[in-house]
Design a protein around this ligand. Structure first.
Ligand code: FAD
Length: 471
């Protein structure tokens, strides 16, 4: 069977589905091919015995008006569930053998026992330091230069390991912390930049908002997948692409055999390695650039306990673990403190993360070892007695792309190769940020580009018709 579509999007994760949603809003019909039996890619919410666990993203930290627009226009406002007040106010760090509150404001940082006086004075010196750095500067170099070693060890390293699964010594600062590095470039210092933004935000930007949905992050996926104008085909694994006469030809393996399609625009919203294999016959250099992107494994351990079995108040988001503390976890989110309905009444749900670039060997650990190590840490840190009543593991062999090395140069080179291949778009979490927020934001940009090309093509066609009428 051979068919035709304006836009074919390959990959039904949040990247591909968000592009499809923005295109459908602009009136462009799109077809989405997803290899799996369900859309969502990494994102999947799971209900078991009254607990709701998330395989990957568990919340959306938003400050982008585009995300607010999508949530509103997709009719998701009613489905939203906000972070509880208790979780909003506090997060913890495992430091010097105990849980300590991580200061969120400069004022509380000054009195916090986490930082030494030397470290605090170093922080206060930030506005007086000259701007510097270079494009390939790592997160560690950038933070040490601006805020000092303690800020790196006790805040940024655990943050980068906990949220990006990455190693700050290798991670590109401008790729992983684009807003912070931009502040230095624009205002000369982070402090001046933050102050300027606080003043401006009052008049312009959207309010920061952390949320999920009552039935989990999968609500977003289901809603995007059901958008009118978006034709989603699951169990469609793209096998090959070719340049066609008027765009692209693609072939997928489906349960009913091979399916071929012609598309004017082709979006590969697949992991870098998959995209590399698909573009290899067209552009070896592009394939090499994509193949150079490494991914880190993560194991996610969900544990449900009776509330009475946990000694700690669980009065916050959870805790992060710096690398020099020697624990096997990068962090632990207290899901039932974050969102009201993640555990049955009188129970708590704790989700721990292991692996990443810090401990890639975790990928080879047996399930028993992963659970035992996690339980060992949580018993010590949170004063847990008794056994969990829920144990669930999620494995990601390739959890997140690592923005390691000269990442911006790599991404720029990918962009330059794509300029030689009009009508081909590569958009997934290895480009422009891994968070759901960044995926939705980047999707709008690529959808805008595709729409502009469609409008131009239409105008060209009209001109050609008019000219042929004159001839
Ligand atoms: C453990 C973990 C926790 C996270 N927590 C958060 C969080 O709290 N908040 C947040 O904002 N982000 C979080 N993230 C990040 C976020 O979940 C991911 O970056 C995002 O979901 C990736 O979306 P994607 O569409 O780019 O890729 P994917 O979800 O990987 O989607 C790619 C899709 O392509 C499909 N595919 C592959 N090959 C083919 C083919 N040949 N043909 C057709 N389809 C194909 C795959 O089946 C898949 O569905 C987390 C990630 C992980 C791993």
């Amino acid at each position: 069977m051979s068919t035709q579509t304006d836009v074919l999007i390959v990959g039904g994760g949040v990247s591909g589905l968000s592009i499809a949603w923005w295109l459908a809003q602009a009136g462009l019909p799109v077809e989405v091919w997803e290899a799996d039996a369900r859309p969502g890619g990494k994102i999947e919410s799971h209900r078991q015995d009254g607990y709701l666990t998330e395989r990957a993203a568990s919340l959306l930290m938003n400050f982008r008006p585009e995300v607010t627009e999508m949530v509103r226009e997709a009719g998701l406002e009613e489905e939203k569930i906000g972070r509880s007040a208790i979780a909003e106010s506090r997060r913890y760090l495992w430091h010097a053998g105990r849980l300590q509150t991580l200061p969120m404001q400069l004022g509380s940082m000054i009195v916090s026992p986490i930082w030494s006086w030397r470290g605090k004075l170093r922080l206060l010196a930030e506005p007086f330091l000259p701007a510097g750095g270079h494009e390939d500067e790592s997160v560690s170099e950038f933070i040490r230069r601006r805020l000092g070693r303690e800020m790196l060890d006790k805040a940024m390293e655990p943050f980068i390991a906990g949220t990006l699964a990455a190693d700050p010594d290798l991670t590109s600062a401008s790729a992983a912390l684009p807003r912070l590095t931009a502040l230095e470039r624009r205002y000369g210092s982070l402090t001046a930049g933050i102050l300027a933004h606080r003043l401006l935000r009052r008049r312009t930007a959207c309010r920061a908002d952390t949320f999920s949905f009552h039935d989990g992050m999968e609500t977003l996926i289901k809603t995007l997948a059901a958008t009118p104008g978006v034709c989603l085909h699951t169990r469609h694994r793209l096998l090959a692409i070719e340049r066609g006469r008027d765009g692209w030809e693609a072939v997928a393996a489906t349960p009913l055999g091979e399916r071929r399609i012609r598309a004017k625009e082709l979006v590969l919203a697949t992991p870098a390695g998959v995209s590399a294999a698909l573009v290899q016959p067209l552009d070896v250099e592009l394939a090499q650039l994509l193949n150079g992107i490494r991914y880190a494994p993560i194991k996610v351990v969900h544990l449900g306990f009776d509330r009475a079995a946990v000694g700690h108040a669980l009065d916050g988001t959870g805790f992060l673990v710096p690398r020099n503390e020697g624990l096997p976890l990068t962090g632990n989110l207290w899901m039932s403190s974050l969102f009201a309905n993640r555990a049955p009444a009188g129970k708590v749900l704790l989700t721990a993360y292991l692996g990443g670039a810090r401990t890639p060997g975790v990928a080879d650990w047996t399930d028993t070892r992963v659970v035992d190590e996690t339980l060992g840490v949580l018993r010590r840190v949170l004063g847990i007695r008794g056994e969990p009543e829920l144990v669930r593991l999620d494995h990601h062999a390739e959890a997140l792309p690592l923005y390691h090395g000269a990442y911006q140069a790599r991404i720029r080179a990918i962009g330059e190769r794509l300029e030689q291949t009009p009508g081909l778009h590569l958009e997934a979490n290895y480009r422009g940020g891994v968070s759901v927020r960044d995926r939705i934001y980047c999707a709008r940009t690529v959808a805008g580009r595709i729409r502009a090309r469609a409008v131009q093509a239409e105008a060209n066609l009209k001109t050609a018709h008019a000219l042929s009428g004159l001839a």
